[in-house]
Design a protein around this ligand. Structure first.
Ligand SMILES: O=P(O)(O)OC[C@@H](O)[C@@H](O)c1c[nH]c2ccccc12
Length: 256
């Protein structure tokens, strides 16, 4: 079942009146320098890798941090050893924007993820035009036909799709796409409840060769260790980094 949050965000995306014509965004996307190869940056290593997220607020946690200068925060993430930066671009619930992503892109050499409720090709083109290297696609939000269309477009534009799942069935759908980078979100987008053990229960279902990302619910190094021992190659962390000292937290997480 589609959560209310996801359903509303997808409805917003589908209903948006675009200010820039499709052809113009497409041309801007195609004119960009090539995207960074995020599969290379996130390749499994003998240490866990971190995707560090820029997130002002969320429906489950309310306001987290003001973040007046996302570019400065992204530079701290880079300095602290993050392997990629996630930028929430959803405005209504998460307080983000594509302008945040553009500012981050200009400030760091790391791959940048557009984290949003992506439901249309227009949003994918917009992501590339803003300089994104990765695009999040949430399996629960998309039927297989649209998921395939968006996945193929992300790849055709030279970007990497991060496929978000929250159940065995969704993980199987991600595998059927041929996804190389798959996340399990510990947060249930309907109830907002966290289940740190979901990743571990699903870990054996990841397709061979896929990079395994544990998303959400990392507050301490012990949480990172928990995910790592369950098989995570990468952890995606928001709250702990925007509310705490990002450099100190990153160094603790990377030492796991
Ligand atoms: O702040 P946390 O618990 O570290 O979580 C980060 C990230 O996983 C979370 O922001 C997220 C994961 N999937 C999403 C989909 C939409 C919006 C947000 C998200």
């Amino acid at each position: 079942m589609l959560s209310e949050l996801t359903a509303n965000a997808v409805a917003d995306a589908l209903a948006r009146r675009e200010t820039r014509p499709f052809a113009e965004v497409e041309a801007a996307a195609l004119a960009k320098p090539a995207a960074i190869d995020a599969l290379e940056s996130l390749r499994p290593a003998d240490h866990v890798k971190v995707i560090a997220e820029i997130k002002r607020s969320s429906p489950s946690r309310g306001s987290l941090a003001a973040i007046s200068d996302p570019a400065a925060l992204a530079r701290r993430y880079e300095l602290g050893g993050a392997s990629a930066i996630s930028v929430l671009t959803e405005g209504r619930k998460f307080g983000g924007s594509l302008a945040d992503l553009e500012a981050v892109r200009a400030a760091v050499a790391l791959p940048v993820l557009r984290k949003d409720f992506i439901a249309t090709p227009y949003q994918v083109l917009e992501a590339r035009a803003a300089g994104a290297d990765l695009v999040l696609l949430i399996v629960a939000a998309l039927d297989d036909e649209v998921l395939r269309e968006l996945y193929d477009l992300v790849v055709a534009l030279g970007m990497t799709p991060l496929i978000e799942t929250h159940s065995a069935d969704e993980l199987d759908r991600a595998a059927a796409l041929g996804a190389r980078l798959i996340g399990v979100n510990a947060r249930d987008l309907s109830s907002f409840e966290l289940d740190r053990d979901l990743f571990g229960r699903l870990a054996s279902r990841f397709p061979d060769g896929a990079i395994r990302v544990a998303e959400s619910a990392v507050l301490t190094a012990a949480d990172v260790a928990h995910y790592r021992s369950a098989g995570a190659d990468v952890v995606l962390v928001g709250e702990a980094l925007v509310t705490g000292d990002p450099i100190a937290n990153l160094s603790a997480f990377l030492a796991v």
